[in-house]
Design a protein around this ligand. Structure first.
Ligand SMILES: C[S@@+](CC[C@H](N)C(=O)[O-])C[C@H]1O[C@@H](n2cnc3c(N)ncnc32)[C@H](O)[C@@H]1O
Length: 493
């Protein structure tokens, strides 16, 4: 059997993952790399070969067939040389720090996840891993502390599990309900109104408020799907700079296409892709879902443990304000109140915010190593504390204790995840490095190495640390984030 590569240019790590997927799914026949792909002896299962991520076509005794991945990517391709990543429901929302869906799928294949098995993503964000689980018939279970992440994940899963015909009909109903003159609805929540008024022009605010009401009345139980598509456009149409990870006023002009026109275009594009995915894979596995929760605890009877595997991309230390940049959506969707955003941000692992938690308490915790972190992590945080100079501002001074808090939270998460997976279950995470300048000297924070070390002290054996040199998370353009990430593979020991 010959396995042929896709037409796009591969990064080195993608070929690595390709080999791992094939050897995991076909441990028996010897494998040989050829110019255009891989060659396997014999004629192994076509169904399994159809699941491969980094293979476009399979040459077998009965002819040539295209993999599911290739068919899916063809529905969202922007040019031959680039890998498509917005196929199926992945393009519904551009959540910051999103997984590359191909990597999530390759991990499922590497772990030999079969239909009916359960996979946990404890920091599920917008649900990329859960969707890839649904594509292969497994049950993906996600947890996230950000209500927007949970909302978006469940909306994507719902869209995948809803026959495309129903989505088209709901969209047609919505278009009809918006035609003609529609009065802007009054919302009783004054703080919400004031907040939205400060970030949208009068016309856009009218349009999005009318739309929100009409989505509820015209699309019924499918409302989350359409609200997600609309919320994905909010920042672009707001007075915030959509490229900025902090909330600052925009300098660039507003888009010239009216909000509603962009929204309807996005709906049509999304439903077309969903329809194509469903033709290929059937409707998504309805049992996958995301829930609001804290990965450092993972308690609660709702978790259908034990899990057969876990895959995730945890937050960086001090890197991305997941909540802050999504304020508009949280407030517009009524998932958060404007004055509650910073409190929510402070609950995120890796947050830069303190809320109710004194910096001095954390400093004392670091001094005595209250969390009993491994030596390497404590001594690194203490080294940073010693390096803080007189000229370092408030944010820099906080780096050592914020890092200590991050390590402590991630230690708790490793313990919590260990408790809900079966013996010997695999767990892969992707994490990136960043750096900080203290006392004028640059310190690299090798987050993946530290996290692997924390995992190894908390019930996990390290199987592999694979550098993904060129892997970029969506939306990362922070100057303290390095475009180098590592895939760490662990096993419950
Ligand atoms: C890198 S993002 C995950 C992105 C995800 N892989 C995707 O494809 O969209 C990390 C996520 O961790 C979440 N998070 C931070 N602290 C958390 C906690 N204590 N418990 C659960 N989730 C948390 C953030 O809200 C964010 O969505």
């Amino acid at each position: 059997m010959k396995l042929l590569w896709h037409g796009y240019r591969y990064y080195a790590y993608e070929k690595e993952l390709a080999l791992r997927e094939v050897t995991a799914l076909f441990p028996e026949p010897p494998l040989r790399e050829t110019l255009g792909g891989l060659e396997l002896h014999g004629d192994p299962s076509h169904d399994l070969a159809a699941r491969l991520t980094y293979v476009a076509k399979v040459h077998h005794n009965d002819g040539i067939s295209e993999t599911h991945q290739s068919c899916l990517e063809n529905t969202a391709r922007k040019g031959k040389a680039r890998q498509a990543t917005r196929y199926s429901v992945h393009g519904l929302h551009e959540y910051k720090g999103k997984f590359n869906p191909q990597v999530a799928k390759a991990l499922l294949n590497m772990f030999g996840i079969m239909p009916g098995q359960r996979v946990l993503d404890p920091f599920c964000g917008s649900g990329t891993a859960l969707i890839e689980c649904a594509h292969v018939g497994a049950t993906g279970y996600g947890v996230d502390i950000n209500p927007l992440a949970v909302f978006v994940s469940n909306a994507k899963l719902q869209a995948l599990a809803t026959p495309a015909g129903e989505l088209w009909e709901a969209h047609r109903g919505l278009v009809a309900s918006l035609s003609g003159k529609v009065a802007s609805p009054a919302d009783a929540d004054d703080r919400r109104n004031r907040y939205l008024r400060s970030w949208f022009t009068f016309e856009t605010l009218q349009a999005i408020e009318v739309l929100r009401c009409k989505i509820h009345t015209a699309t019924g139980k499918l409302a989350p799907v359409f609200l997600t598509i609309a919320s994905n456009l909010l920042r672009d149409y707001s007075l915030q700079d959509p490229q900025d990870l902090r909330v600052r006023r925009r300098k660039s002009p507003l888009p010239s296409t009216p909000f509603l026109a962009s929204f309807h275009d996005a709906c049509r594009r999304s439903i077309t892709r969903i329809e194509a995915a469903q033709r290929l894979l059937g409707e998504g596995c309805a049992s996958s879902r995301a829930m609001l929760g804290d990965a450092t605890v993972l308690a609660g009877s709702d978790l259908p443990s034990p899990f057969d595997a876990a895959i995730t991309s945890p937050p960086y230390a001090m890197a991305l304000p997941y909540v802050d940049t999504q304020r508009l959506s949280l407030v517009w969707l009524k998932l958060g109140r404007p004055d509650d955003i910073l409190r929510l941000e402070a609950t995120l692992v890796g947050s830069r915010e303190f809320h109710g938690q004194r910096r001095n308490n954390l400093r004392a915790a670091l001094e005595v190593n209250q969390a009993e972190l491994p030596e390497a992590e404590v001594s690194f945080c203490r080294r940073l504390a010693d390096a803080v100079g007189n000229d370092d501002g408030f944010r820099r001074q906080a780096v050592p204790v914020l890092l200590y808090r991050y390590f402590r939270n991630m230690q708790d998460a490793f313990r919590a995840i260990r408790r809900v997976v079966r013996e010997q279950a695999p767990f892969a995470f992707i994490a990136g490095c960043n750096h900080s300048v203290l006392g004028g000297i640059r310190y690299d924070i090798e987050t993946p190495r530290h996290l692997a070390n924390l995992a190894a002290s908390n019930g996990w054996a390290i199987e592999e640390e694979l550098p993904l040199q060129t892997y970029h998370r969506y939306g990362y353009h922070m100057n303290n984030a390095i475009a180098r990430e590592t895939l760490v593979v662990l096993r419950a020991s």
